[in-house]
Design a protein around this ligand. Sequence first.
Ligand code: ATP
Ligand code: MG
Length: 452
Amino acid sequence: MRVPISVIHICETLRDAGHEAWLVGGAVRDALLGRDAHDWDIATDAHPRTITEGDLFPRVIETGIQHGTVTVLIDGEGYEVTTFRGDGDYSDGRRPDSVRFLNTIEEDLARRDFTVNAIAYDPLRDVYADPYGGRKDLSIKVIRAVGNPLQRFSEDGLRVLRAARFAATLGFNIECNTMAAIRPSLGTYAQVAVERIQAEWLKAMAAPEPSRAFRVMAETGILGVTVPEFELMFGCSQNKYHAYDVWEHTLRVLDACPVGDPILRLGALFHDVGKPLVKAPHPVTGDGTFYDHEVVGAEVTETILNRLKFSTEDRDRIVHLVRHHFIRYEKGWSKATIRRWVRRVGLENVAPLCTLARADIAGKGPAMMELEPEIIDELESRIATMQVTEVMPTSTKVLVINGKDVMDHLGIPPGPGVGKVLAALLEAVTDDPEANTRERLLDLASKVSIEV
Ligand code: ATP
Ligand code: MG
């Protein structure tokens, strides 16, 4: 196993002081899978006070000393060192009432959630402690609770969601007893703080196929607890343009969005949430119609993201993607129409919206692509070309005259009238960029001001 030199150094320092030092948790799991391992966690029998008060390490921060965790700083990099511990009783399904420090790594591994997360490695002796068969489960790609899944899920309700998330990030299946224990544990899951849920959702977005997590969440009822609004999408049939119901389509669009942009993927997850609410049969054909689903969907998305305590910035970006995901572009769009669309969605959102639109088309299913994804490529390339030849009229800031010019020229005082004139000038420049000269704009200002 390739272990960073600083981590080895910490282990050696602990050993030389007469203690044990084991690498545990996600980094060991990921390294065994041949993945990039980060956040190396070290478990030791040394008491936290021994680490902070002794002179073993030049810099130690008491990050979570009440839980036995301290952070050792080496070359500006932090490494978490945690004393072997077990959890006391869990009375609220959220956090242990107390922690106990223990003497052996085996006892420490017993408190961990899944077997693949309960493997310890001593890099100095090249020895594993793997009492729950974590390495075996890694090889057969299984998420299995350590010990009795019902009991483990009743201690901490977040674990059911972590199972779903790891199923996606690792591409594993959940062992059947572990899976069966999820539904009976939803009462405990319902107590989990939304901040922890949000963090797991964001981590799921980094999976090759985030849909794996959301399929588990849908099937076990986890999703219904957190976002009952989503359950309306299950089985919501669409129309002749779609092979799948709204939920299956959503999961396919989610996976079709590139990894690396979690906000875009969240936009995909929410993009059609409004559809079940506006579904109506076509008066003639009887096929499903979904008028204004993006408008209703944006409102629902905002409500849900507020409830999940997303940051204002993330929330606004996701809501914006939902609001504008439905691109009605056709070859017949004039340059002025394109300019208006760019102004409405914002230049910086053109690329993500086009990416989402291509994923949306791919998610309709084979042979259902009424619009070929190439139509979106065409829109994007027309915009790229226009950006080379003109300044896109995205706001009144691109006008060569400003509010003061308008006031001086028309002899009017500051007030809403000035903004109205500028807006009218922007409209004119959107239709004809050549109009963006001082002379023509002042001339236009005199004409529009009469109507204002
Ligand atoms: P990631 O790659 O997402 O960081 P991880 O396995 O490292 O995955 P962390 O949340 O960083 O997850 O936790 C580190 C280790 O602590 C886990 O591998 C697991 O052994 C243990 N652990 C974390 N959360 C829980 C929990 N809710 N219940 C039990 N054990 C947990
Ligand atoms: Mg980790």
